[in-house]
Design a protein around this ligand. Structure first.
Ligand SMILES: Cc1cc2nc3c(=O)[nH]c(=O)nc-3n(C[C@H](O)[C@H](O)[C@H](O)COP(=O)(O)O)c2cc1C
Length: 360
């Protein structure tokens, strides 16, 4: 890490965002902010905030433990790196820097199949602590090959993203930003690893794939024994299908607003999914988690853990691997403090009673 970035660390995720936005290119900042199409993201942020917390009196919280287990894997905190494209546009080490920080924090990282680094590079620093995200591109051999490489590189789970059957038309500045990033990112050392390795750009030609269906999930399940996580579930009936097709977990997610505009907030979708399948598989959540209190809110609604995208991305922009480590440190401290004051010293103690009932 460059020395001037090390001193620029931040005290919370909001500060990381301010510092990161000074360092990002205009198109990348616009893209991350969902500019001109931020309805879904705004809904997520507001919905977490609307869940007020209830303190608990006189519980012995001298020893607070944030550790938990997700798809059979022990985590020091219930916070996991979400997969995101374009890491190398904000840090020279790209996804490797993020992976190193996740390992240091005792959690796992999720490598985007559209990332700029491949399974071998991330596995070299995070074997056993990395999940491989997949898009079901039209070329099934590419999917099979990435799965085989991920298994060899030490991935501990596969995470299939199921909420983008197509890329919607991005309006206004968001459209311009996506185009600018796509052009810059389509070539050279910082391009998508799958594009470099398989000789074609997945965007447009083989990705997205509108024909993917549940039978493809079955095919994927046949490729490896690794736990399969389906990311991008909003409806309970889809969570039930995920369970029935052998998923080990689902991520309740609306892609933080980069797919469907006006998608319902994850905080509103989560309870019915937990009620439908929470007894059978791990329910995770992402989209708009910014503080340890948000993590507590999601866990109170029944999530086993959360994924964080933009907070990690902002930390990476500000301080590389150390910046991402700082994000994890902050979220863990904030979560532990919120657990203590709500009288839940263990993750298993967190339940819906932590949340104030909705006002009539
Ligand atoms: C810049 C950017 C790139 C993303 N790329 C991917 C991706 O390649 N695969 C994927 O499944 N999700 C992707 N996502 C969605 C994230 O994994 C995650 O669902 C979302 O960012 C979580 O919300 P948050 O950023 O508010 O924490 C991306 C999100 C952003 C902001």
């Amino acid at each position: 890490m460059e020395p001037d970035r090390a001193v620029a660390l931040f005290r919370d995720v909001a500060e990381a965002r301010v510092a990161a936005e000074r360092l990002m290119s205009d198109p990348y900042r616009d893209f991350v902010n969902n500019i001109d199409m931020d309805e879904t993201l705004r809904g997520d942020l507001a919905a977490w905030e609307e869940l007020w917390l209830r303190p608990r009196a006189l519980v012995d919280v001298s020893d607070v433990d944030t550790s938990t287990t997700v798809v059979g894997q022990h985590l020091a905190l219930p916070v996991i790196t979400a997969p995101f494209i374009g890491s190398s546009l904000i840090d020279p080490e790209g996804e490797v820097a993020t992976a190193r920080a996740a390992v240091a924090a005792g959690t796992v990282t999720t490598l985007s199949m559209m990332g700029s680094r491949g399974p071998e590079q991330v596995g070299a620093v995070a074997a056993g602590r990395y999940w491989q995200q997949l898009y079901f591109v039209r070329d099934r051999d590419v999917v099979a090959d990435v799965v085989a490489r991920a298994v060899s590189a030490g991935a501990s789970a596969l995470c299939l993203t199921v909420d983008l059957p197509l890329l919607p038309t991005f309006p206004g500045r968001m459209g311009a930003a996506a185009q600018a990033i796509g052009e810059y990112w389509g070539a050279g050392e910082h391009s998508m690893s799958v594009a470099r390795e398989y000789g074609h750009l997945p965007f447009g030609s083989t990705f997205p794939n509108p024909g993917v269906s549940w039978s493809d999930v079955e095919w994927l399940r046949g490729q490896t024994d690794l736990p399969l996580i389906l990311k991008g579930i909003i409806r309970p009936e889809d969570a039930v299908l995920a369970r029935d097709h052998g998923a080990a977990a689902v991520v309740v997610s609306n892609h933080a607003g980069q797919g469907l505009r006006w998608s319902m907030p994850v905080a509103h979708a989560l309870p019915s999914i937990v009620d439908a399948v929470g007894g059978d598989l791990d329910v995770l959540a992402d989209s708009g988690i910014r503080t340890g209190s948000d993590v507590l809110r999601a866990l109170a609604l029944g999530a086993k853990a959360v994924l964080v995208g933009r907070p990690v991305l902002w930390g990476l922009a500000v301080g590389g691997s150390a910046g991402v480590e700082n994000v994890f440190r902050i979220l863990k401290t904030e979560l532990a403090e919120a657990m203590a004051i709500t009288g839940a010293p263990r993750i298993a103690d967190i339940d819906r009673s932590v949340l104030a009932p909705a006002r009539p």
